[in-house]
Ligand binder design. Structure first.
Ligand code: ZN
Length: 174
């Protein structure tokens, strides 16, 4: 297992569309495990392959709290096969946009089909935080970040704060 480098917004690579994997083989399984290790270390509850510079349709999620047993979900080629009419609003954050949060509205419940780490087709019904997290990670596969769901005004406010933070971190050159 290895820790991977997480790309930060506004890196252009975060806006590319990821390609499906042919099958979940040893290489994809290793990517999933490395992504989980990277996500736990961050720490975060979800990570998509494009966030570590891999344009593959692979996501990992674990909503277990620190004092709970890990419950990792490894998904390749996830597809939404049903969404509820009812919406839910969550205050979302993203490992590619550290320390920024905003309310995002998404379908409250979903049904997703995916390949698991053993290349088996699985279906999962989810609601609550899990439904939000799966949709957030699936957005990354389309090159969409949670800030893309916000108004341009709100998005620019976050972007300006990010750029300012970056500038102040730079060492002074004389
Ligand atoms: Zn994210």
């Amino acid at each position: 297992m290895a820790l991977l480098n997480i790309l930060n917004y506004p890196d252009k690579r975060l806006h590319k569309i990821a390609k499906p994997v042919d099958k979940v083989d040893a290489e994809v399984r290793r990517l999933m495990d490395d992504m989980l290790e990277t996500m736990y270390k961050a720490p975060g509850i979800g990570l998509a392959a494009p966030q570590v510079g891999e344009l593959k349709r692979v996501i990992v999620i674990d909503l277990a709290r620190e004092d709970e047993k890990p419950q990792p979900l490894r998904m390749a080629n996830p597809e939404l096969i049903a969404v509820s009419d009812e919406d839910a609003v969550y205050n979302e954050g993203c490992l590619s946009l550290p320390e920024h949060y905003a309310d995002v509205t998404r379908p409250a419940a979903i049904k997703v089909r995916y390949l698991d780490h053993e290349n088996e087709i699985r279906e999962l019904e989810a609601d609550g935080l899990l439904a939000t997290c799966i949709q957030h990670e699936m957005d990354h596969l389309e090159g969409i970040l949670f800030v893309d769901h916000l108004t341009a005004l709100k998005r620019n406010m976050i972007l300006r704060k990010l750029l300012k933070a970056k500038k102040s971190q730079q060492p002074v050159s004389a």
